[in-house]
Ligand binder design. Structure first.
Ligand code: UT7
Length: 356
């Protein structure tokens, strides 16, 4: 049986660095609050109207291809994870294909909508295609241009200060070396709390889920027997009800429970222990969450890679960016056990163990 290995990694963050102090000039927040609650010092924002989720992804993807020693034309399939796509549809996968100039092969492209766990879901999909021999080179990407869709008024401060832009990419390739590659992936979800961390409008929900939950929320929909105005209503625009929302403390509590659980599940699956991990790459949601997970698993600082201090939370991009950074820093070497883990909106959570 073939195995899947990560043959090349790449990442890109836009040039513009945004400090906490800069944000405190436009909303009611402070550098002290942001650092104390999240660990974030800076984040990067893309160049408005010149960079997009797919354009950033293309830069990361080219680097990953180069390191995997393949031309972009050799990519057989694209799996693209993002919650901030360029368009509502079509997805970023096909836009990336066009950015890379590889449309002539007509290779398939798939978009994944699993937010913070998106990259791990995408990696798992690629793993299945590669180890069954269906594809040789799968390009897996996580990318976000959050800065185009955040609420920079005081109302959005609990969300907006956290997120940053960027892209990470890997090439998943087949290997018959049974000692190398993706050992296991674990994927989970529980839609019970879908609205606790969500970007609700614009959408085609029509208030359905809220009515079902017994929550009377007026979205300003026109009467049901009229046509149109389904995705976004004038009331949503007037209320500014078209931004992401998060019940932070609730999400935090779930995250610190699910991260260790899903990591242990993967380790148990392959008969290994936390002490066997050479590098844990947690989704960069909050430095306090990563530190909690580190303590719970008894890992040293050397065994965990954190970069949320510099990049903020880049959602689907955070795991591949951190993976690539750790690799570039020489912290991931051949034979190392690398553990990737994520938790986020959905709720969805996932892990992967890779023998590098
Ligand atoms: O990546 C996907 C998964 N996401 C996560 O895992 C995020 C999980 N949650 C968190 O990381 C944290 O809950 C946050 C960083 C979002 C918030 O930290 P917290 O310690 O849970 O703060 P809180 O939401 O309980 O808010 C505490 C106070 C509130 O004021 P009052 O009610 O105590 O007067 C907030 O209004 O902090 C206030 N606050 C702020 N103050 C200054 C909220 N945001 C800000 C802000 N600056 N940016």
């Amino acid at each position: 049986m073939l195995r899947s290995k990560i043959a090349g990694v790449g990442y890109y963050v836009p040039e513009r660095v945004v400090t906490n102090d800069e944000l405190s000039q436009i909303m009611d927040t402070t550098d002290e609050w942001i650092q104390e609650r999240t660990g974030i010092q800076t984040r990067h924002y893309g160049k408005k109207h010149e960079e997009t989720t797919s354009s950033m992804a293309a830069i990361a993807a080219k680097i990953a291809c180069e390191r995997a020693k393949i031309a972009p034309e050799e990519v057989d399939f694209i799996v693209f994870a993002t919650l901030s796509p360029d368009y509502y549809f079509p997805g970023c996968g096909v836009l990336l294909q066009r950015e890379l100039g590889i449309t002539s092969r007509e290779a398939g492209a798939l978009d994944i909508r699993n937010q913070c766990s998106g990259f791990l879901y995408a990696l798992s999909v690629a793993d299945q295609f590669v180890k069954t021999g269906m594809y040789k080179n799968v390009l897996v990407v996580g990318a976000e241009m959050h800065s185009m869709g955040l609420d920079f008024s005081d109302r959005g401060r609990n969300v907006s200060v956290i997120f940053g832009d960027g892209a990470g990419a890997v090439i998943v390739q087949a290997t018959d070396n049974q000692k190398q590659g993706i050992l296991t992936t674990k994927l989970h979800s529980d839609g019970t709390y879908a609205e606790k961390l969500a970007f609700i409008n614009p959408g085609a929900h029509g208030g359905y889920h809220f009515k079902k939950m017994g929550e009377e929320r007026d979205f300003g929909y026109p009467p049901a027997d009229t046509y149109g105005e389904i995705f976004i209503t004038p009331k949503m625009i007037a209320d500014g009800d078209y931004y992401p929302n998060m019940e932070g403390p609730f999400v935090f509590k779930m995250a610190v429970q699910k991260f260790p659980e899903v990591i242990m599940e993967a380790l148990e699956d392959v008969g290994l222990q936390p002490s066997d991990i050479n590098m844990l790459i947690p989704h960069q949601a909050n430095l306090r969450i990563s530190q909690f997970v580190q303590r719970k698993l008894g890992l040293s600082d050397d065994q965990v890679w954190n970069n949320i201090q510099r990049f903020g939370n880049t959602t689907a991009a955070s795991v591949p960016i951190a993976l690539c950074e750790a690799w570039e820093a020489g912290k991931i070497k051949e034979g190392d056990l690398v553990c990737l883990a994520a938790f986020g909106s959905g709720f969805t959570w996932a892990s992967a163990l890779i023998r590098w």
